[in-house]
Design a protein. Sequence first.
Length: 58
Amino acid sequence: MPSRLFPEDQKRVDEYLSSPVHQVKRKPFKVWLLLSAILAVVVGMGLLARFLATFVQI
C-alpha cells in the first residue's frame, strides 16, 4: 500500500520510528506459557466453584 504522506513527511516518520527509543528488545512470545496459565485459571475456578457448591443446599 503506498504511503499517503509526502516523501519528506514519510522520511521524517521513518527516522522517528527507527530511533533507538522505539527499538525495544523483547523476549520471544511463549504460547505454551500463556495456554498453561489460561488452563490453570480455568481449572482453578472450576475447582473453586465445585468447592463452593458443597455449601449450597437446593
